[in-house]
Write a protein that binds this ligand. Structure first.
Ligand SMILES: Cc1cc2nc3c(=O)[nH]c(=O)nc-3n(C[C@H](O)[C@H](O)[C@H](O)COP(=O)(O)OP(=O)(O)OC[C@H]3O[C@@H](n4cnc5c(N)ncnc54)[C@H](O)[C@@H]3O)c2cc1C
Ligand code: SF4
Ligand code: SF4
Ligand code: SF4
Length: 387
């Protein structure tokens, strides 16, 4: 019985929830494991072995809608507020703005009041800010695929943004492409569990003696485009900002010892892209196109399909763009070559997650270079990058 349903996908499961949303008997529940990643659990008594869950699982259909990039662009959103709120150059945000202008619907990752991250639908321009910037934790897809399907059936234009595995899950769920669907995938090196992020926020609540009500993984307020977080608390109206690699959560996110198991086997960590467009940080821009570099951030945009080209043309008025090469966009992007390497420390990382002092016990290390960089003036760092 087990081979005929989703139970044996195990570590290849990316947690997209397509199976849960597809099962005609509603006998699949997504359950959090000890680490805090959700996996499908099938109620075998109710399963009729129809295999629909397997048919709609991206782990079973990884080759669906995969394309090599045709053109590469460097992207800077012209709107100052939007680029400052975005993770890199605000390319994903410009696409959202363009689709909303066409009266379409946009799906992306947003925080809720408790700072849990999940995919939401955005239908008005004022809501667009909720999906701006990167949340470095697995976003709960919830029932977003079903919602996308309904909108497509009602002839709405839909833009779905997410990690490549989430975009792939959507194509698997829909069993292929649809005329009025646009997708954007992110260059992605892996996701920590929502439980780890929850524990981390509890730790920050203790540290700041308040309640964290705002968290931005990619704040540009103090040091411009880079990896600095900013948090704000309610009770004491405190703000705190820190370089990512000097922080207990950020350090382990960067080290890659806390990712979902599927991330180390990621079939999307190459140039065969799943989205119509791919967006990422154009980390190599200071060297390859120094005049286009900006402390506000630059995105790389990979045009992978004809639809991607169409979307690019529609969103282009919102930005300054410069053509680039794939080699230039691949600088410091090992996830366009291979999946993140699973360090040996991953075996034990989540072992004590249920202990009260779990986050306090995480090590950050001395990291002289990072500490020095965090106190040097930002202008000097930008200059050093271009040499
Ligand atoms: C887990 C993760 C790992 C990443 N790894 C890399 C990397 O190795 N190299 C690299 O260049 N870029 C990486 N990125 C992408 C990068 O952080 C920026 O999202 C990208 O440069 C787009 O920036 P932007 O300014 O165009 O997007 P913005 O305009 O700021 O929009 C952000 C977009 O990201 C989506 N998003 C945010 N958080 C999540 C999430 N948790 N899950 C799914 N979608 C989300 C939103 O829906 C939105 O569309 C990663 C992003 C995530 C979420
Ligand atoms: S085989 Fe069919 S009934 Fe059984 S879990 Fe999968 S989708 Fe549901
Ligand atoms: S990858 Fe998605 S569809 Fe496949 S088992 Fe995991 S949650 Fe279900
Ligand atoms: S690394 Fe691969 S499997 Fe992991 S979240 Fe990113 S796209 Fe999904």
């Amino acid at each position: 019985m087990m081979e005929n349903n989703i139970s044996n996908i195990k570590e290849k499961c990316v947690g997209c929830k397509s199976c849960e949303q597809s099962c005609p008997k509603h006998c699949i529940s997504m359950m959090e494991n000890k680490e805090g990643f959700w996996y499908p659990v099938v109620d075998e008594r109710r399963c009729i072995e129809c295999k629909l869950c397997l048919k709609k699982c991206p782990a079973e259909t990884p080759d669906i809608h995969r394309n090599e990039p045709k053109k590469i662009w460097a992207w800077r959103n012209k709107n100052d507020v939007d680029i400052m709120r975005s993770a890199s150059g605000g390319a994903a945000d410009s696409a959202a703005k363009a689709v909303l202008k066409m009266n379409g619907v946009v799906f992306g990752a947003a925080y809720d009041e408790q700072l849990e991250v999940s995919h939401i639908e955005v239908m008005t321009d004022s809501e667009r800010k909720k999906i701006q910037s990167s949340k470095y934790v697995q976003s709960d897809p919830k029932d977003s695929y079903l919602k996308v399907k309904r909108h497509l059936e009602n002839k709405k234009t839909v833009l779905f943004t997410g990690t490549p595995c989430q975009v792939s899950g959507l194509y698997a769920f829909l069993e292929g492409d649809r005329e009025n669907l646009y997708t954007i995938d992110l260059i992605c090196h892996g996701v920590p569990s929502p439980k780890f992020f929850r524990k981390y926020l509890e730790y920050q609540n203790k540290q700041t003696d308040g309640r964290v009500i705002y968290f931005n993984f990619r704040s540009k307020d103090k040091r411009g485009w880079g990896t600095q977080y900013l948090l704000k608390t309610k009770t004491k109206t405190k703000t705190k900002t820190k370089t990512f690699s000097l922080d207990r959560y950020g350090k382990h996110f960067m080290n890659g010892d806390c990712y979902r198991e599927s991330c180390y086997l990621c079939v999307y960590a190459n140039t065969k892209r799943v989205g119509d467009l791919t967006v990422g940080d154009f980390w190599g821009i200071a060297k390859s196109h120094p005049d286009f570099n900006s402390p506000k951030g630059v995105s790389s945009v990979l045009i992978n399909t004809e639809k991607g080209r169409k979307l690019f043309e529609i969103m282009k008025p919102f930005a300054e763009v410069e053509e680039a090469t794939l080699e230039e966009a691949m600088v410091k992007q090992h996830n366009l070559l291979h999946p993140s390497i699973r360090p040996i420390t991953r075996d034990t990382f989540y072992m004590d997650i249920d202990e009260p002092g779990f986050v306090d016990g995480l090590k950050v290390g001395i990291q002289m270079k990072e500490r020095l960089k965090s106190i040097l003036p930002n202008k000097l760092i930008q200059k050093m990058k271009s040499i």
